[in-house]
Write a protein that binds this ligand. Structure first.
Ligand code: HEC
Ligand code: HEC
Length: 326
């Protein structure tokens, strides 16, 4: 009722409701039951049907009338305690939002410790826990499967999360950042700049990068165009750049398809993949579990952090192998 600026409709409902309740009470009181004295006969109402079916003026059974009184008292009590009378909020102050919030708070109290227990562990360690993987999978099916597929294998425009091919990097931190903050891959439309012929030539050069079927003459003409227009994001060798989300064009893994037509469309119209940020909606603990789940799907890459004493470890096996080779 808050959306009305005048209180007219609120009072309209209050008056209508109270008058009806009082009216029903008065009517019930006027029909008060009077027991028949022993031997007294119920009055005949002089209505007859089918020859001998007569209507009697028996008093209403008191259990039945009392049921009416109970419903009346119940509604009066309800309208005092809960919102119902116009914009009167009820003395309990109950709201559906309040109930939702308190139920959510109760659920958080119960489930937060379960989710939080993994927050202190590195993603790689969480991914090794079967319990965490189960929780991650349930979260994935709820929040991610509609775009990435229930098996996380992706679809056109939605990356496969189970392979080692990553737009933004496949180590624990990069995956967690992708999920928490979202990603926005922007490939500008370059068709106008390149013209129809130039677009076709670059497209054939792109095809040649992954050893796909291409026209060698067109590809040779496209090479300088690629270096001038595409290398800034896809790198001069076409292997892509994780910082921009620019895909590697030298493998046969395609986000939008590896046909000549799909590549020409990417160049002409541009592409803009959007991964929505999840941190605010899900909270850090669930994002952490999801990152571990995705990392553990098979494509997870070890962090590039420097390993302790790599020289000593690398030297040891070499020394052991040396005598064996002789
Ligand atoms: C509305 C669709 C949508 C939903 C929902 C969605 N994603 Fe994505 N996600 C994408 C798109 C599109 C991309 C690629 C963005 C781009 O092209 O730059 C992506 C990219 C990613 C990446 C980076 C992949 C790479 O190769 O670097 C990860 C990791 C990821 N999503 C995980 C998730 C997880 C986990 C969830 C569930 C919490 C999720 N996504 C929900 C659409 C979605
Ligand atoms: C400003 C950076 C930028 C430039 C310049 C750029 N691209 Fe891209 N390109 C991207 C990004 C980012 C994506 C991924 C878009 C997405 O995630 O939706 C992409 C996607 C593509 C794809 C789709 C790849 C797939 O896996 O389906 C092709 C093909 C492509 N670019 C070719 C080119 C060519 C050819 C040029 C030069 C004519 C070029 N790009 C110039 C950033 C760039």
């Amino acid at each position: 009722m808050n959306e009305f600026t005048s209180s007219f409709w609120s009072w309209y409902i209050i008056v209508l409701t109270v008058v009806s309740l009082v009216g029903v009470a008065i009517f019930l009181a006027s029909q008060r039951t009077r027991r028949l004295a022993p031997g007294e006969k119920a009055e005949e109402m002089s209505h007859k049907w089918d020859g001998d079916l007569v209507e009697l003026n028996n008093p209403l059974p008191s259990w039945w009338v009392n049921l009416f009184w109970i419903t009346l008292i119940f509604s009066a009590g309800y309208l005092v305690l809960y919102p119902g009378l116009g914009s009167f909020k009820g003395v309990l102050g109950w709201t559906s939002f309040g109930q939702y919030d308190s139920e959510m708070a109760k659920a958080r109290e119960k489930y937060d410790p379960i989710f939080n227990q993994f927050l202190g562990q590195p993603v790689e360690q969480v991914a090794a826990s079967a319990e965490a993987r189960d929780m991650g999978q349930r979260l994935f099916l709820t929040y991610c499967a509609q775009c990435h597929g229930s098996d996380a294998a992706g679809a056109t425009g939605f990356p496969n999360l189970t392979d080692k091919d990553w737009l933004y990097g496949g180590d624990a931190e990069a995956i967690k950042a992708s999920i928490a903050n979202g990603r926005m891959g922007v490939m500008p439309a370059l068709g106008a700049a390149l013209g129809t012929d130039g677009t076709k030539q670059v497209a054939h050069y792109v095809l040649s990068l992954s050893g796909s079927n291409h026209d060698a003459g067109l590809a040779a003409a496209g090479k300088p165009l690629f270096e001038a227009n595409c290398a800034a994001c896809h790198m001069p060798d076409g292997t892509g750049m994780a910082a921009m989300g620019a895909p590697n064009l030298t493998d046969k893994v395609w986000l939008y398809g590896g046909t000549e037509a799909a590549i020409i469309e990417a160049i002409e119209k541009g592409r803009a993949g959007n991964m929505p940020a999840q941190l605010q909606a899900l909270g850090e603990a669930k994002v952490h579990l999801l990152a571990a789940y995705v990392w553990g799907l098979g494509g997870g890459v070890a962090m590039a952090a420097p390993q302790p004493a790599p020289a000593a470890e690398a030297a040891a096996p070499a020394a052991e192998e040396a005598p064996a080779a002789q």
